[in-house]
Design a protein around this ligand. Structure first.
Ligand SMILES: C[S@@+](CC[C@H](N)C(=O)[O-])C[C@H]1O[C@@H](n2cnc3c(N)ncnc32)[C@H](O)[C@@H]1O
Length: 233
């Protein structure tokens, strides 16, 4: 479901992600990079899209391979950054040998892959012992409901279930300043991510719920959840 969704959204996403100061990445990524360890060996970004996170990791000195399931996005990533390697593959079947990376990064991709547990198992496999995984996902709270309005004190309504099996969150297309994006994707309760990490042999070292400084609503509730985990198994 998600792969077809991203194939349809590829050009919308590239325009959205590449417009300066537009996507939430511009405000939230500094909090994420604080969790990322200094460069050591090789880094893998899973679900790299058009490549902005891989390019930002490379600027920080990481030797990065970016992988994504969407052919159009991999092509755009390669065109923008011939110096790094971009491959088309599924997060659940990585074409790399065991233990070949020191760091794996999932920036807003774990809730988009169709098999989140298998993606984390693959990340463990391709990481060396003591390898690090850094991830950012839409916060399970943010996926559980919606603000009633854009007022600073708007009530946040949770309808239906937070707990239970993952569900496909069909969201209305967002139109802003001439750009359009459909952010539909999988939604999980918090426990699902942390059980999957536990099952894949990771220990969580640090967790962040950064607050927005320019939107009172997302100052009260977290829009993203970020963590750093270490492979212990
Ligand atoms: C929200 S985008 C994030 C892209 C990038 N990490 C960024 O922040 O700019 C999610 C990405 O996950 C990719 N994706 C979805 N399912 C995937 C899968 N099974 N394997 C690899 N990538 C996948 C999509 O093609 C899309 O590029």
């Amino acid at each position: 479901m998600s792969r077809e969704h991203w194939e349809k959204q590829a050009s919308n996403w590239a325009a959205w992600a590449r417009t300066p100061d537009f996507d939430a990445y511009w405000k939230y990524s500094p909090a994420f990079f604080e969790l990322v360890p200094p460069p050591r060996g090789r880094t893998l970004e899973v679900g790299c899209g058009e490549g902005r996170v891989t390019r930002d990791l490379a600027k920080r000195g990481h030797r990065v391979v970016g992988v994504d399931a969407t052919a159009d996005l991999i092509r755009l990533a390669r065109d923008a950054d011939p110096a790094n390697t971009y491959l088309r593959c599924d997060a659940a079947a990585l074409p790399f040998a065991d233990g070949s990376f020191d760091l794996a990064v999932f920036y807003n991709s774990l809730m988009d892959v169709d098999d989140m547990e298998a993606a984390l198992q693959e990340a463990t496999r391709v990481l060396r012992p003591d390898g690090v995984l850094c991830a950012c996902v839409t916060h399970p709270i943010a996926d559980a409901g919606r603000f009633e309005s854009s007022d600073a004190n708007a009530r946040f309504l949770v309808e239906g279930n937070y707990l239970g099996p993952r569900r496909w969150l069909q969201l209305p297309t967002v139109d802003r300043d001439g750009l359009s994006m459909d952010f539909s994707g999988w939604a999980y309760p918090m426990e699902a991510y942390f059980r999957a990490l536990e099952g894949a042999g990771f220990m969580v070292h640090a967790l962040r719920e950064p607050a927005a400084d320019d939107d009172q609503r997302w100052h009260r509730l977290p829009l993203f959840l970020m963590w750093r985990a270490v492979k212990i198994a």
